[in-house]
Each structure stands twice: as structure tokens, then as C-alpha cells.
Design a protein around this ligand. Structure first.
Ligand code: ZN
Length: 583
């Protein structure tokens, strides 16, 4: 037990050394290509890595007072600890494998380490989790139960054990609530040690990751003592306490109340890595600075929402005369991310917390990572535009329009029909078709809304002039991720609808263009069609529309085929964080 703990303590340090090795321009960048047998494996690994365009993530922190900058440095140090914990959560073999990879300074070794750090393990997340290491490393298939459950247990074993426990899953104080809760691992009871619980027992995260969490808590308390912003101080103190007590409720509540220039998100949150039950939360961190200019733009948009609702291009009886309160949205810039928040494809926005008890009392908060979106725009969307758009359209792609549309998309989820007559709502009536229809609605009505605001000079005319072409290029970026989930389906539907309306056209050379004379009416038309479907809770109509429209047409596929050399996503380099830690 103590030996394992020692490895764990060393892990965050090891991770930082490995990261420095993988990122420094080592022999792999300067040496001529190796010609021995091993080189057959490396081109494909290089190609896998090249899908993530490296990008320097910078944030202007010059406006931060010294006290806040000092606090920020400690928050970054706490965040670094999350990388080590997450590696352990993904797979028990990760720490030893990382040590082995870090010790190999051959060009292949460096490339393997580099891709390991991108994926936080030996499996390529963009390639259905296939291992990218040669057979000699003995890497198994990626465990669906991660390291949250005993490696040798089956899903059925654990499920039937859970069923024997007293209490309900939703009650965190009951045995079953603990065992199926966010913040425990499940371990096998030692041989011969009869327990009243049966073959397994649960371990609180505060015990399982005791040393690392003590280290992270220490940094958060230091940060709390330095900051002069009361809501930040409160969150940091309570989160440090949660790391040691395993009770996250109070600190989640404090996170909802944060109103500070530094907006940190740190702790166990998302459950994607638990592919068995989606019960267990992975550790992550997003250390960010609030973007005041965008926050102001958001409040301008928010103040226009009722006027937009009153003007929706639908039957006036379907409009909502009194919109409810807005869920909080924060626009921030990333200084540092770690753990589950920095693996494979980068997170561009998130909605937390996930604890229903907190959501019931405080709702949830949407956080938009602006500089991450900007990096994705420059490294993926602009090159896609160069391939997908006609020559005249290429110049009409702008980040300002891209980001204004993302904000408007979020706000438009709150507009249009929701509650329906007969004590039901759109989600209930459209069932599994709700998400693709609602996502497409938020997209297309977001364009409609920005056009309204541009017509009234609430937003700049440049946004209206570039948003349709930007949206067209962005559609190709989204479809690359596939049309199996809600956003992809919604995008395919919109693209095909606008093609059918003649608002998007295919040029002789296969590129796409926006037809200015037709796009406004087409956007309003699809907004009307989707919102009317929702107002009628029309499941059959939604089904027919999706069946007809969710398809990748040959002219779209031909463009997608030309995008193979364009990066899929980014690999952030946290230059601002690195500079801060050097001070
Ligand atoms: Zn959405």
C-alpha cells in the first residue's frame, strides 16, 4: 500500500518532466528519418499526431493585481495534480507505462510519449481507442470500466453486487448511493476477509487519491489566502476542504456563485470515462480568466431576448410573452487545463455541475472557452474554408461572427416553444428526436437572431456579412466528427435544407457558396419549420424531416474527402501558465 502511494506522489512530478521532454524540440524534429525496421511504425504515428495542430494558448493577465496573479499560480499548481490522478483513473497501467516512455529518448520514443500525453494513455481516442504502441508494450484493449472498478471484475458482477446494497442510487448517504456515486472507486474485498458488503467495497476518492488531493488542497488554500476576491476565496477554501472530506456539495454551490476575474473549475466532474455505468467522475481542471468584453456582449444579447422572441418568424400564438430567467453563461480564456479537461479533442464549452442536488437549488452554469474556440477556428476552420468555399466566399469568414453565433446558439435554446398544452413539453413529445431538432433550431435561429440585431445596429454589420459563410465552413468542420450524434445530425439537416432552398450552392469546381439574395429567407424558413414542429410536439413530422435530411450527400462527401490534410483539432501549449510558474 505504501509503495503504491509513493508511486502516486511521484506521478505528478513525473508527468511534468515527461511533458517537458515531449514538448522540447528533441532529436525527433532534427534527425533525418530513421531507416531501420522500426520506422515503418512511426509515419502512421506522426500522421496521428499531426491531426492535432499545436497552438500557443495565451491570455492577457496584465490587468490582474499581484495578489490575484500569485493566487493564479497556485491554482495552476493544484490543476497540475489533476493530470496525475486522471492518468491513474484511466488505467492502472498508465503510471508505469509513462515512466517507460519517458525514459526512451529515441525519436520513436519521443513520438510515443507525445501521443500518450495527448491521449492520456496508450489508446488513440480519435481512432476508436485503438492502441498506438507496438505489441512489445503489451497494452490491452482500453478497459471500459477504466480504473474505477476492479480490473478483473465484470460489469454483471458489479451490477448484481450494487443491486444487493441498501438504499437508492440517488441518495448519497445510503450504501448503494455511495457505491454508485460520483466520488468513490470500487475495489475487491481482500481474500479471506469476510465483509458484510460481499465481494466488493467502495473507497472514497479522498482516500484513493489521498496524497495527491492533499497536495492540490494545499495549493488551493494558498491561493485562497492570497486572493482578495471573496467569492473566489470561498470557492477555493471549500474545494480544498472537499478534496479531503469527499463532500463536494458546498463547493459546487460556491462555484455557481463565483463572480471573480479568475474562474477556476477543478475537481472530479464528468463521467464519460466510466463506460460501464457513467457513475464515476474523472478529475480535471480548467483554469481560466473571465473575458469582460464578451461578458458585456452577452448581457447586450440577453437584454434583446424578449424582443427577439416577440419577433420570431412563427405563429404569434406560439411565442412566449414572458421569458424566464437566464441560466448563467461565462465567457473565459483558458490559462491551463488538465486531466479529463485536456485529452484528445479539446473541450470548447462545458455545462456544470452534474450533481442533481446542486442543479435543483442553483441551476447549472455554461462556460465558453473563447481562446480555445479561437484556436480551433484558426487551425481547423480557416483551412477548411480554403478548401470548401468558393473564392469569393473565403474572405468572408470571421472569428467574430463564429463566436457571436456560438453565444447566440446558447441563448436561442431558451427561446421558442418549450411548454406545450396538456401539461407536456417539447422534449417529452419529440423523445429521442428532440436533441437533433433542438440543436438545429438553436443554430439556425441563432443566425436569424443575429441578422435581426444587425438590422437594428445592435451588432456590427460585419457580423451579418460574414456569419453565413462562416456557418457554411463551420458545417463542414462539424460534419467531420460524424452525423451519429445530435449536433452532427442537426448540421447535416441544415446544410441540406439550405442547399434545397438554393441559399447554398455548389460551384463547378465543387466548392460551396452562399447566395446572398436567398439566405435570409431560407434561414427564417427553417427557423419557422423547426419551431412549428416543436410547438405541435410533432414526432412524426420530426421523424420524416430527419429521415429526409440527415444524410451526407455526394457533393458534401467530395469536399470532406479533400480535407484529409486539415487538422482535426488542436494541441494546446499553455505558454501563459508556463511563464507564470517561472516567476
Ligand atoms: Zn446547443
Amino acid at each position: 500500500m505504501t509503495e503504491i502511494r509513493r508511486v502516486r506522489v511521484a506521478l505528478s512530478t513525473l508527468f511534468m518532466i515527461a511533458l517537458a521532454a515531449a514538448c522540447s524540440p528533441g532529436p525527433s524534429q532534427t534527425a533525418p528519418p530513421a531507416t531501420d525496421a522500426r520506422s515503418t511504425a512511426s509515419p502512421s504515428l506522426e500522421t496521428q499526431i499531426a491531426r492535432f495542430a499545436p497552438v500557443d494558448l495565451k491570455v492577457d493577465i496584465s490587468a490582474l493585481p499581484a495578489s490575484e496573479a500569485a493566487a493564479l499560480a497556485h491554482i495552476i499548481r493544484a490543476a497540475q495534480v489533476m493530470d496525475g490522478i486522471f492518468l491513474q483513473q484511466v488505467w492502472a497501467g498508465n503510471p508505469a507505462l509513462l515512466a517507460r516512455l519517458a525514459a526512451d529518448d529515441s525519436p520513436e520514443g519521443r513520438a510515443r510519449l507525445h501521443y500518450f500525453l495527448i491521449n492520456k494513455g496508450p489508446w488513440s481516442r480519435l481512432d476508436k481507442n485503438t492502441s498506438f504502441l507496438p505489441a512489445e508494450y503489451g497494452v490491452p484493449a482500453k478497459p471500459e470500466h477504466a480504473n474505477y472498478y476492479p480490473a478483473d471484475a465484470t460489469k454483471e458482477d458489479v451490477a448484481s453486487w450494487l443491486a444487493t446494497l441498501v438504499g437508492e442510487g440517488g441518495n448519497p448517504n445510503s450504501a448503494r448511493g455511495q457505491a454508485s456515486g460520483f466520488f468513490t472507486t470500487i475495489r475487491r474485498a481482500p481474500q479471506g476477509m469476510a465483509t458484510s458488503l460481499g465481494p466488493f467495497y467502495w473507497v472514497p476518492y479522498s482516500v484513493e487519491y489521498q496524497n495527491q488531493l492533499a497536495e492540490a488542497a494545499g495549493h488551493l488554500r494558498e491561493a485562497a489566502s492570497l486572493t482578495s476576491q471573496p467569492t473566489l476565496k470561498k470557492f477555493l477554501e471549500l474545494r480544498a476542504k472537499a478534496f479531503l472530506t469527499n463532500n463536494y456539495f458546498d463547493s459546487d454551490m460556491a462555484w455557481m456563485e463565483l463572480d471573480a476575474s479568475i474562474e477556476p473549475t477543478i475537481g472530479p466532474y464528468e463521467t464519460y470515462e466510466d463506460e460501464w455505468f457513467n457513475y464515476k467522475a474523472a478529475f480535471e481542471a480548467f483554469v481560466t480568466i473571465r473575458d469582460d468584453a464578451e461578458t458585456k456582449r452577452l448581457s447586450v444579447f440577453a437584454s434583446e431576448l424578449q424582443a427577439l422572441e416577440n419577433a420570431l418568424p412563427i405563429d404569434p400564438a406560439m411565442r412566449n410573452p414572458r421569458l424566464g430567467a437566464l441560466a448563467p453563461i461565462r465567457v473565459v480564456n483558458v490559462v491551463f487545463t488538465a486531466g479529463d479537461g485536456n485529452r484528445g479533442v479539446q473541450t470548447a464549452a462545458f455545462n456544470l455541475p452534474n450533481d442533481d442536488r446542486v442543479i435543483k437549488e442553483k441551476g447549472s452554469k455554461r462556460v465558453m472557452l473563447k481562446n480555445v474556440q479561437e484556436a480551433k477556428f484558426e487551425k481547423a476552420l480557416v483551412p477548411i474554408a480554403a478548401v470548401a468555399l468558393g473564392a469569393a466566399d473565403r474572405g468572408k469568414v470571421s472569428f467574430d461572427a463564429f463566436f457571436a453565433h456560438i453565444l447566440m446558439h446558447e441563448l436561442m435554446h431558451g427561446l421558442g416553444p418549450h411548454q406545450l398544452p396538456g401539461n407536456t413539453n417539447v422534449r417529452q413529445e419529440l423523445k429521442e428526436l428532440y436533441s437533433p431538432i433542438e440543436e438545429a433550431k438553436a443554430d439556425i435561429s441563432g443566425l436569424w437572431a443575429l441578422q435581426q440585431l444587425a438590422d437594428r445596429s445592435v451588432v456590427s454589420p460585419q457580423i451579418a456579412q460574414t456569419m453565413y459563410t462562416t456557418f457554411l465552413a463551420s458545417a463542414f468542420r462539424s460534419i467531420r466528427f460524424g452525423v451519429t450524434e445530435a449536433h452532427g445530425k442537426g448540421i447535416a439537416m441544415q446544410l441540406n435544407y439550405l442547399l434545397d432552398q438554393g441559399a447554398f450552392v455548389v460551384n463547378a469546381d465543387g466548392t460551396f457558396s452562399v447566395i446572398d439574395a436567398k439566405i435570409r429567407d431560407a434561414v427564417a424558413g427553417l427557423t419557422r419549420d423547426l419551431m412549428t414542429l416543436e410547438a405541435h410536439g410533432d414526432y412524426a413530422g420530426a421523424e420524416a424531416l430527419l429521415k429526409r435530411m440527415v444524410t451526407i450527400r455526394p457533393e458534401v462527401q467530395r469536399v470532406l474527402d479533400k480535407l484529409t490534410g486539415v487538422p482535426v483539432d488542436i494541441e494546446p501549449r499553455f505558454v501563459t501558465a508556463r511563464e507564470m510558474l517561472k516567476r
